[in-house]
Write a protein that binds this ligand. Structure first.
Ligand SMILES: CC(C)(COP(=O)(O)OP(=O)(O)OC[C@H]1O[C@@H](n2cnc3c(N)ncnc32)[C@H](O)[C@@H]1OP(=O)(O)O)[C@@H](O)C(=O)NCCC(=O)NCCS
Length: 131
């Protein structure tokens, strides 16, 4: 997987049980995935059409550095599906701990918001990269 971005859990993002509020993690995933999809597809004109099952494996607490990683799961005609992971960075030993994962599908749109094909060369390159 490729590194995408980092978020730091702030005190104001904590829910009533002392953990990061789940909805914040969903928005972090959506933003990280959108940025990565835009980078891969060389266009910012993408919308989220589907977020798959989200598994919250470990609690996130105030001050945690959560690093997002992604890889291409599927390339369609106008859509791209990414596998995404949120990993806590452990400063003590420089390793990571998986805290949450999901898959998100983004669709390339035109000015009217209608689905249009992702550039053919880019699609072929992404498919080749996926293997
Ligand atoms: C995304 C959107 C343009 C797709 O419109 P649509 O009429 O379903 O378009 P199409 O039927 O041509 O499908 C386009 C692509 O979306 C995919 N798609 C549509 N619904 C899907 C679903 N529920 N799950 C996964 N993929 C889906 C199709 O498989 C297709 O992919 P492909 O071209 O790679 O084969 C439309 O649903 C939309 O505008 N949704 C709202 C997006 C939004 O506001 N997101 C939140 C803010 S970013």
């Amino acid at each position: 997987m490729e590194y995408v971005t980092t978020k730091i859990c702030q005190a104001g993002q904590i829910g009533i049980h002392g953990n990061l509020f789940g909805g914040i993690m969903l928005s972090w995933f959506d933003e990280a995935g959108a940025a990565y999809a835009a980078y891969l597809c060389s266009t910012p004109h993408l919308v989220t059409v589907k977020m798959d099952e989200v598994v919250f494996k470990k609690p996130v607490r105030t001050g945690d550095h959560i690093r997002f990683f992604g890889e291409v799961y599927h390339v369609g005609t106008s859509s791209i599906t990414l596998a995404l992971e949120a990993r806590r960075f452990l400063f003590d030993n420089g390793t990571y701990e998986l805290v949450c994962s999901t898959e998100i599908t983004y669709v390339r749109i035109d000015e009217q918001g209608k689905a249009v094909p992702i550039d053919e060369q880019i699609r072929q390159r992404l498919k080749a990269k996926k293997g």
